[in-house]
Design a protein around this ligand. Sequence first.
Ligand SMILES: *Cc1c(COP(=O)(O)O)cnc(C)c1O
Length: 240
Amino acid sequence: MSTPDTFAARLADLQSRIAAACGRAGRDPGEVALLPVSKTFGADRIRAAAALGLRRFGESKMQEIREKAEALADCAIDWVVIGYLQTNKAKDAARLAAEVQSLDRLDLAQALDRRLQQEGRTLDVLVQVKTSDEPSKYGLDPAGLPAFVRALARDYPSLRVRGLMTLAVNSDDTEAVRACFRVLRGWRDRLRDEAIEGVDMTRLSMGMSGDFELAIEEGSTEVRIGSALFGARDYGTAGT
Ligand SMILES: *Cc1c(COP(=O)(O)O)cnc(C)c1O
């Protein structure tokens, strides 16, 4: 498969692939949001993307959000945290993030809630769930999910739970990848049926450059796309 060589062309290509996957699944493309993942790419690249109408950007590190938010203070950008968030970065997240998709533990929830109360604001969060046995993946063990979501709703009123997020197993076996997405969707449906007060269990953030079409077929409402949009990442120099 050849990749178009400008950002605008890659965006158009991606949007048509998203629409085609929706078509196969009998879904309305309006149900599937695109979250561009700009980690390791500089402020100039994000500014150019924002000029094309993109507004939300996913980042893995609070440090990068801090630097980019400063460089792009004149752009109305919503920063979305998708990587492991250290508890001692809760203050920055409460100040700068529009949303955190990687909430996976109560000590982080408590720290965020306290800082959000100081800032006088609320924060949309997704709970990150571990849906594969890969040792490197962060996320909550699914068995603990119902109690975790109930505790969030009960104890941390500044956090508005909006759904679930996962990374599928990194594999060429499409059935194994689909199985991860199905697990997440199953838990979303089950928690939605519980109708926990204060919780809007709707969104499913799942699917990346290599597997977003499968994710859409399995019910994703939001795909997080980095390399298919921005190109290959260079971890050697960026974000340090
Ligand atoms: C980097 C990252 C992505 C995007 O990955 P690509 O394969 O470049 O699309 C999506 N989600 C998370 C959590 C990431 O860290």
